[in-house]
Each structure stands twice: as structure tokens, then as C-alpha cells.
Design a protein around this ligand. Structure first.
Ligand SMILES: [Zn+2]
Length: 347
């Protein structure tokens, strides 16, 4: 989904590229266009990439499944008219990326290209109307330390994923780590980013020194790395940091095309900032567990600002991500108490 504001913006030493992305398609490399779509969230836009191929367009992400985004695609129809949309390569299952992939596939006969885990996750969530889904969320909230009222209010929202996506197609093409794709006459290497999403696709073009980074490396904001009710003992932060270490092997002077914010150079600096950001938060998390604490009690040590209802879910998940990494390292202990709350304490 969206990403939490986090890393300080005052220490930027990476450079924004003069190639800015706006609501009109902008050619960033031969046949590769970037266009910005508005989002109705605190994170108010997402970038979509369009690659012109001989046989048609390849869209990299499709935007949120809301009327505003559909209208915007209609407005782009004349720009796109010379070619049909042949494939939608969805970087990951979050609604601002996968949202209209199914819609495009249905209306243009395009294929969906994504990783197997992102496809499975998107299909499962888009179709999940089960009571078990809500119950898992309620149990997660209770264990975290939320009140019954807060948990009820969140449960009443049901599955928020479903209304934000068109159902992804029942068949797709699996894009795997290390695959080489030829798109728009250029060769792209597939890299996988984990932690923000389970198996997110990033694409690197060595010839053009371009990195389509999806949400793995963003300028200005730290990608949300959260634990969700579906897998409460997951350790996405360890996966996220391991993925950053892999991406850091790419050349520092490549142009990074992020899904949110503007293109920039200085990949290594930005990755180092993101790693530092999590190191500081891990230290704060450890400190908060000197006395036994619930997730809700640890959360304000990591998120000092007031959080609205939408942000609480992200903040809880991100707090638990830091706790679970420390549990995995053996520096804190997790226990489930008789009151049904999880508590964490340093060893
Ligand atoms: Zn995103």
C-alpha cells in the first residue's frame, strides 16, 4: 500500500534528476515514459512507467482502481492510441500499483506479468470475503494491545484491499529473480525487493543505467516495512535490509526511477540513509523493551507524531517488524500473556 513518512529529509545528499515526473507523460529514455497519477492518501501520487514496444505498450504498474485513475487513463488514450496495451508488469500487489492491472487486462487483452508471490497475494486478497480475514485482524489488534473499541472499529472496515483493486486475472506470466526481459528494445535484469512487499519486481537496465526501483528505494520517505495479520511472526525488516544490500551492488550513478517521488541519482547514499533510519529505530525499539511492553506501548517511541486511523495500521505493523527482527536475533523475548496481549522484553 502506501509508505510511511520517515527518514529525515534534511540530510539529502543524493540529487534529484532534472527529469521530473508529472501528470503528462514524459520521455525519460528512448520509448520509456513516466507519468504521475494522483492518490487520495497522505502519499498523494504514484508514478507509472510506460514502455513503447513494436507490438504495443508495456505498462509498469497501473495505478489505483478508483474513478479518478480510470478517467486519467481515458485522458491518456490519444497519447497511447498508436499502440495497444500488450502487457501490464505489476511490480507488487499493493493497490496503487496492481489496482487497475486486472481492468487493463480485461479491456485490452493485455497479459499480467508479475512475480508469483505478488500475483498470489493480490488474487487472495482481492477475492477474500471470509469472516476469517476479519477475525485474524481482530486477533492481531488485540495481541498488539489495542482496546476492544479500536479493534472493533478497525474490524468494521472489513477488507480494505478489495475496493481498491480490480481482480487480477486468473492467469499470469511469472517474472522471476534474474530473468532478463527485453522491453522497448532494451535489456532489463529482474531484481527482487522484499520486505515492503513479499516479492516485488525491480528492473535494472545496465546499458542505460536505469533502475526501476518500485517502492524498494524511495527518495524522502522510508518505504513502509510492516507485519500484517496474515503472517504475524514474519520478519520483513530483515528481508528488506537484505534486499537493499543486493541493490547497493548496482552502480551508484544509475538513474533511479522510484514509484513515489522524483527520479534521482545517488543510490548508495539513499540506501545508506534507509539502513541508518532502521538502525536508529531498532535501537529505540530495544530501549522501549527494557520494561515489558506491548506493541501499542512501543509504537510511540518510533512514531512521535499523532497517527490517524489509517496510519495506526501501518505504524503497528512497522513497530512489530522492528520487534520481530530483534526477536529473531535473540535480543528480546516475545511472550503471549494470559490477557491475550503479546509482550516484549530485552533479555
Ligand atoms: Zn507504492
Amino acid at each position: 500500500m502506501s509508505s510511511s513518512a520517515g527518514a529525515a529529509a534534511d540530510a539529502l545528499t543524493y540529487e534529484q534528476s532534472p527529469l521530473t515526473i508529472d501528470s503528462l507523460p514524459r520521455e525519460l529514455a528512448p520509448g520509456l515514459f513516466g507519468v504521475r497519477f494522483a492518490l487520495p492518501f497522505a502519499l498523494d501520487h504514484v508514478n507509472v512507467w510506460m514502455i513503447a514496444d513494436d507490438d504495443g505498450w508495456t505498462l509498469i504498474d497501473a495505478g489505483l482502481a478508483d474513478q479518478r485513475t480510470r478517467d486519467r487513463w481515458q485522458e491518456l488514450a490519444s497519447f497511447m492510441a498508436a499502440r495497444p496495451v500488450r502487457r501490464v508488469l505489476a511490480t507488487h500487489f499493493h493497490p496503487d500499483h496492481m489496482g487497475l492491472a486486472g481492468w487493463w487486462c480485461e479491456r485490452s487483452g493485455a497479459e499480467l506479468w508479475t512475480s508469483r508471490t505478488e500475483w498470489l497475494q493480490a488474487r487472495a486478497l482481492a477475492l477474500d470475503t471470509s469472516e476469517g480475514f476479519v477475525a485474524a485482524g481482530r486477533q492481531f489488534d488485540h495481541r498488539a494491545g489495542l482496546s476492544v473499541e479500536q479493534a472493533d472499529e478497525r474490524a468494521a472496515r472489513g477488507n480494505l484491499y478489495r475496493p481498491r483493486v480490480s481482480v487480477p486475472p486468473a492467469s499470469f506470466r511469472n517474472v522471476r529473480e534474474g530473468d532478463r526481459l527485453t522491453l522497448g528494445g532494451a535489456r532489463w535484469q529482474v531484481l527482487i525487493g522484499r520486505g515492503h512487499a513479499p516479492e516485488m519486481l525491480c528492473l535494472y537496465c545496465a546499458d542505460r543505467k536505469l533502475l526501476i526501483a518500485a517502492d524498494q528505494v524511495l527518495p524522502r520517505i522510508s518505504p513502509n516495512v510492516g507485519v500484517w495479520p496474515g503472517e504475524p511472526e514474519a520478519d520483513p525488516l530483515a528481508e528488506f535490509l537484505a534486499s537493499l544490500a543486493v541493490l547497493r551492488q548496482l552502480p551508484d550513478d544509475c538513474l533511479v526511477l522510484p514509484s513515489h517521488g522524483q527520479p534521482f541519482r545517488g543510490l548508495h547514499t539513499r540506501i545508506d540513509q534507509l539502513v541508518d533510519h532502521h538502525r536508529l529505530r531498532l535501537a529505540a525499539t530495544l530501549d522501549a523493551c527494557r520494561d515489558r511492553a506491548t506493541i501499542v506501548e512501543v509504537m510511540p517511541k518510533l512514531f512521535e507524531r499523532q497517527l490517524d486511523r489509517h496510519q495506526i495500521g501501518f505504524a503497528l505493523g512497522e513497530t512489530l517488524a522492528h520487534l520481530n527482527l530483534l526477536v529473531g536475533q535473540g535480543t528480546i523475548i516475545r511472550s503471549l500473556d494470559d490477557d491475550g496481549r503479546l509482550r516484549f522484553q530485552t533479555r
